[in-house]
Write a protein that binds this ligand. Sequence first.
Ligand code: FAD
Length: 323
Amino acid sequence: MAKQVVVFAETKNGSLRNVSLEVLEAARRVNDGGLITAVIIGSQPEALADSLAVYGANEVVFIENEILNTYTTDGYTQAFTTIIEDKNPDIILMPHTALGKDFAPRVAARLGCGLITDCTDVEISEGHIVFTRPIYAGKAFQRRVVSHDKIFATIRPNNIPCSKMDHHEAPKKIQKTLNLDEIRTTVKEVIQKTTDGVDLSEAKIIVAGGRGVKSTAGFEPLKELAQVIGAAVGASRGACDAEYCDYALQIGQTGKVVTPDLYIACGISGAIQHLAGMSNSKIIVAINKDPEAPIFDIADYGIVGDLFEVIPLLTKQFKQVLQ
Ligand code: FAD
């Protein structure tokens, strides 16, 4: 039976985040011919609607209100809930990003429905919509079926490969100006943290440093390698706690969860809390001078050696091949 799906299309600096397209792909797997509506909150270019249609959106709702130009939990909760109540979809899907993690539970509470978070896959199996999600810090996966008549889930970035539609119609564009009267948050100032280069949570390649980098300057060879191969730079909490880098780079149980195609762990021992954030990477390369380091247990390729010798060699080789 056709299912109507509403998707939250997250944007960053006026562009769609890749995970928004992955969420649309998830919607296409479960809609069974039903309408897919993408919702964009805040003043964003109308041209985004066409990009969303290429990946499966039949209509795009733009919710405008000056107050929504900057993210606030209560503003986005109220705006998105209003559209859900208006559309009354069978399924609601959102990215499992910082924003999604922040306001999806509130929307679910207002709608009085459950929420399956951090899904890495979705499929139809024996007539049921089945969501897969990691448990026990990524050591196992559970498959969940929802009995509630409204299904609400968040989708982890970099797990559902998105594809363009063979054919698509021009999307219906709907502009909504909402009256939002319950916003209790006032944003005084937005301080942008400098994240040079590639966004960590959506990066296809990550070069991550641990306490083994030994200093802030020790991150420089990692940054150079990352720049040559188009990677984002990440870190263990050990490196963040030692103040070698900013906590924005932390990967793990209490940091970011990443699933790149290639994860290069440099001077990281492989504590369980770190693995919780990166063990689902497609290929893991570990560089560590201790052959007994636990990171080698999950690495596809291991290099036993001093990272300050190994990384410059890798960078030199990649430069020759790629430049
Ligand atoms: P270490 O364990 O000190 O490892 C450093 C490694 O570098 C060693 O294996 C060493 O052999 C190697 N090394 C040293 N010099 C070199 C060299 N020159 N070349 C090559 N290798 C070298 N950790 C996270 O990462 N993310 C989290 O989100 C997180 N959350 C946590 C939550 C809780 C509640 C708790 C209790 C802990 C959490 N931790 C987290 C911390 C975690 O337990 C580890 O302490 C941390 O991951 C260790 O970081 P590390 O591997 O960089 O450092």
